[in-house]
Design a protein around this ligand. Structure first.
Ligand SMILES: O=P(O)(O)OC[C@H]1O[C@H](O[C@H]2O[C@H](CO)[C@@H](O)[C@H](O)[C@H]2O)[C@H](O)[C@@H](O)[C@@H]1O
Length: 263
């Protein structure tokens, strides 16, 4: 008799193999490759500052950037300067801050979103006791509170965010839940809008957008892709219209490496 765990592993292996086939069948001369970062290209780490970007992944991205004629972009919730730090020496086209920033090839990163007031950011960050394990990122246009190392603090942080936003009723804000994280950002900023903007520019324009993502913060990107005539692959998320489901970032890295080697 096959155990439930063995059956789930078998299904994941089959899904990985199918996703790998579908992905590596794409023609790099036709596609624009749009890649989410945390949980898709790289494994989730205990904090935003404790993650690993391997040289092998960087080599795959560098090769795929060439093969796609430069139509490869990181599409991340992280600020672009943070992506540059993680992926150095690569400086890739990017949509950062969930769509708040964009950089085309050779360009400089530009945010088109007003920063949250310093007093609101300070109030949000005030919930972070360095000894609690809670971490934060102040992105200017948004603030993310991370409780991966302190899951017991989730309810307290959610209440703190609600109280903080209530104290600034004139500010246009919205709360974006993430993986063990709550982010306060400006409304109307999302990865879907970021991808639509990016796809209007060379060398992305007229190509088939191919997005890979994993997170609730990627939902706007997944939603934008069909109208752009594109394809989506997920990491561990199942919904209609996907071209494939990878089980983990390791499988995405493998697909990128095999695709790069094939051409
Ligand atoms: O759009 P992404 O590139 O997936 O970025 C989404 C958020 O990712 C990061 O947070 C997540 O990854 C951390 C490191 O693995 C992890 O510790 C945290 O729990 C996750 O939520 C990043 O720090 C955020 O700024 C991004 O918005």
């Amino acid at each position: 008799m096959v155990s439930a765990a063995a059956s789930a592993t078998h299904q994941a292996e089959q899904a990985n193999a199918a996703a790998l086939r579908a992905f590596t069948a794409l023609d790099p001369r036709e596609v624009a490759l749009l890649l989410d970062v945390d949980g898709t290209l790289i494994d989730i780490g205990p904090t935003p500052f404790a993650v690993d970007v391997s040289d092998t992944l960087k080599r795959s991205l560098e090769r795929l950037f060439e093969l796609t004629g430069g139509a490869l972009a990181l599409v991340s919730g992280r600020p672009i300067h943070d992506l540059d730090r993680l992926f150095a020496p690569l400086v890739l086209p990017a949509v950062g801050g969930h769509g708040a920033e964009m950089r085309l090839a050779e360009g400089t990163a530009a945010s088109h979103v007003a920063d949250l007031p310093a007093a609101l950011r300070a109030r949000l960050i005030g919930a972070v006791d360095p000894d609690s394990g809670v971490a934060y990122e102040d992105k200017g246009y948004s603030v993310a509170l991370h409780y991966r190392r302190a899951p017991d603090h989730e309810a307290r942080l959610r209440a703190h965010v609600s109280e903080s936003l209530a104290a600034f009723p004139a500010e246009d804000t919205e709360v974006l839940p993430g993986k063990m994280m709550i982010e306060v950002k400006r409304p109307g900023i999302d990865k879907g809008a970021g991808i639509r903007r990016l796809m209007g520019h060379e060398p992305f324009a007229r190509r088939i957008p191919v997005f890979i993502g994993d997170d609730v913060t990627d939902e706007a990107a997944f939603a934008a892709i069909p109208a752009l005539g594109g394809r989506s692959f997920s990491v561990n998320r199942a919904f209609e219209g996907l071209s494939g489901i990878f089980s983990a970032p390791e499988q995405v890295r493998r697909a990128l490496s095999e695709w790069a080697a094939k051409h």
